[in-house]
Design a protein around this ligand. Structure first.
Ligand code: FES
Length: 311
């Protein structure tokens, strides 16, 4: 057994050679923040090794990647990835009571906590085309009225396809699929996207009659790993999702403008639903923030149930 002396707690605890610093501190009742649940996917468990750095294991590839990404000095270690072969003195770095209050219990160990969870989800973004000129031409109360009607309709569609509207931003919407039916996340999202286009078409006579104007939407969908967590809001806890999958889905939605399409999906998502959907054009477009061009696919409809091999 080796000993860890924690600062600023001024508490010394024992640690087995195969036990991480995080595990040892949690089992000893030290309030050690660890938002990703000890997976090396965040930086909140980090400690500064004040003495005994040479008695710590070398950073593994997961920790090294995080250290490079965040520019850690060599004495900064992720407690969930660090084991020791002798006595060390470390200083916990995220100590704020608010940090600790933002995490929720998990099964990692009796005292473990985590604020996030990795899930494979389909992420849908939509945006109203020409909304700025529309909103500039109308009284603000009318703009709010149209948005309420629009979002109300779209949320019903998303919910009916087992999705959740995660966020609305101006005239944009983000929805998550797979939280309740992970096995059909991709096709649920595509179905919702197609129904949203239909709903927008159905809304045109109303917009023409009431305002003499037309509105269209663009929809982009991608599927992949995201980190989901809950964020407190006035109406309770809201699920939010973060990660490259989310960013990519947003950029796919934007690519509709350049491609002249209404519903685009990623190549990865197509591979999952190709037998169930009808595909139009394949476009190769640059994606902002990424290098090279990406192959995206226009969705024009669903295959009839008789030919769709839905599992
Ligand atoms: S708890 Fe997230 S990296 Fe250690």
């Amino acid at each position: 057994m080796s000993r860890i002396h924690y600062l600023p707690d001024e508490k010394a605890i024992e640690v087995r050679p195969d036990e991480t610093l995080l595990s040892a501190s949690l089992h000893s009742g030290i309030q050690h923040t660890h938002v990703c649940g000890g997976q090396g996917r965040c930086s909140t468990c980090r400690v500064a090794v004040v003495d005994g750095l040479e008695r710590c294991n070398p950073p593994n590839s997961v920790e090294a990647a995080m250290a490079t990404r965040l520019g850690f000095d060599s004495d900064i270690r992720l407690a969930c990835q660090t084991t020791v072969s002798g006595d060390v003195v470390v200083r916990r770095l995220l100590l704020d009571d608010l940090d600790l209050s933002l995490v929720v219990p998990t099964a990692m160990c009796p005292t473990a906590t985590s604020a996030g969870q990795e899930r494979r989800l389909a992420v849908l973004f939509s945006d109203i085309r020409g909304f700025t000129s529309f909103s500039e031409a109308l009284p603000p109360y009318d703009v709010i009225h149209v948005l309420r009607r629009y979002f109300g309709t779209m949320k019903q569609i998303v919910n009916a396809s087992s999705g959740v509207v995660n966020n609305t931003m101006g005239d944009g919407l983000m929805a998550l699929f797979g939280l309740t039916r992970p096995e059909s996340a991709s096709i649920d999202a595509v179905e919702a996207g197609l129904k949203m286009l239909d709903a927008m078409t159905a809304m045109q006579p109303y917009l023409q009659t009431a305002y003499g104007r037309k509105l269209e939407i663009g929809v982009g969908i991608h599927v992949g790993e995201v980190v989901i967590g809950t964020i407190a809001s006035d109406s309770g806890q809201e699920v939010t999702a973060i990660g490259d999958t989310v960013n990519f889905a947003s950029r796919i939605e934007s690519a509709n403008k350049q491609a002249g399409t209404r519903l685009l999906i990623s190549h990865g998502l197509l591979a999952e639903v190709s037998r169930q959907i009808q595909v139009g054009r394949c476009v190769r477009v640059p994606i902002s923030g990424k290098s090279g061009e990406y192959e995206l696919h226009e969705v024009t409809g669903l295959n009839p149930p008789a030919t769709a091999n839905r599992e």
